[in-house]
Design a protein around this ligand. Structure first.
Ligand code: FO1
Length: 313
């Protein structure tokens, strides 16, 4: 039974890591968010693909949730001395990824091919691919006007009030070739929406034409809530929900995915919501969803997989 995981950000990377510990490589395909991607210092930066890749490779920086652990910062110091931009910090080892990705993209390779090659070099056995091979940048609509994702997230530290999100280039995009192939060959038995930010990690994936059509087939789809006890484990999801007038709770998450998901995995802290979610037609699994350790990542993945098999059954 093969699973497609939709992932972005730290929560998505942790869940992808858990799934990679619970499944053989041939039974997992991870479609990574590309809405955060941008060009900086002339380099193509793909933060969510890199966070997932580094996490699966055991190289992720545990403090920041992005970039590489045991990093050095000589380049960024040298750029500062030259008066260059340092708001988006590129570590020296992380820089190699951006240089090599940009070199290969400039040579005409598709992003999915580059991503699989980099993963292979870093010893990542499970398949990680971008949801699309062409850019579909997330535009964050705020009370101060439209912003690129990185301006909102890094330059402004998520402080502006969000009013909406747009993925303007989605209509001109298509699913990446490996993802299109897996769908057309009926290789995917179940879709797992990882505990990622619904607005800026998952919706950009769902916006790619072909993805919603696939989700409307009879393949079971489940989501692990990124909100626990009314809060996001990491990042601005709860703040965004409140600013959009959505309850920052598992109920708000279930409503976001109404009509898409068949099941939802919620934390024990939110057990009280279980019956309301079930009466809305969702299957519900209540368990410990806070992935404090690799063991907990793996056990959450294993419980999610058996929940998925029951959904499919
Ligand atoms: N996030 C920050 O808040 N500050 C940074 O300086 C920063 C640098 C950075 C470099 C490479 C990379 O892959 C990600 C980086 N991020 C940084 C995170 C980035 O903004 C991502 O889009 C977020 O992790 C959201 O997924």
């Amino acid at each position: 039974m093969a699973f497609l995981a939709l992932a972005g950000g730290v929560g998505g990377a942790r869940m992808a890591h858990g799934l990679s510990m619970a499944l053989p490589a041939e039974d997992l395909l991870i479609a990574g968010n590309i809405g955060d991607d941008f060009t900086h210092l002339g380099l193509r930066i793909c933060p969510d693909l890199d966070t997932i890749m580094y996490t699966l490779a055991g190289l992720a920086n545990p403090e920041t949730g992005w970039g590489v652990r045991d990093e050095t910062w000589n380049m960024v110091r040298a750029i500062e001395a030259l008066g260059g931009p340092t708001w988006f910090r590129l570590g020296d080892k992380d820089l190699a990824t951006h240089l090599e990705r940009t070199r290969r993209l400039t040579a005409g390779e598709p992003l999915s091919g580059v991503t699989e090659a980099l993963c292979q070099k870093l010893g990542v056995r499970h398949r990680l691919i971008p949801v699309s091979d062409t850019p579909v940048p997330t535009i964050v609509e705020t009370s101060e006007g439209d912003m690129t994702f990185q301006d909102y997230f890094v330059k402004r530290q998520c402080e502006p009030l969000v009013t909406g999100f747009r993925f303007d280039q989605a209509t001109a995009s298509v699913l990446s070739a490996p993802l299109r192939g897996a769908i057309d060959n009926n290789e995917i038995d179940c879709v797992i929406i990882c505990p990622s930010n619904p607005y800026v990690s998952i919706d950009p994936i769902l916006a790619i034409p072909g993805m919603r059509d696939f989700l409307n087939t009879n393949v079971p789809i489940l989501v692990i809530s990124p909100i626990v006890g009314g809060k996001a484990i990491k990042g601005p999801a709860a703040k965004m929900m409140s600013e959009l007038g959505v309850s920052p709770s598992v109920k708000g998450i279930a409503r976001h995915y109404l009509g898409i998901t068949d099941g939802i995995v919620i934390d024990i802290a939110d057990e009280a919501y279980g019956d309301a979610l079930r009466s809305s037609g969702m299957q519900v699994l209540v368990t410990d969803t806070v992935m404090r350790s690799d063991e907990l990542k793996k056990s959450l993945a294993e419980e999610t997989l058996s929940f998925a098999r029951r959904l499919r059954g």
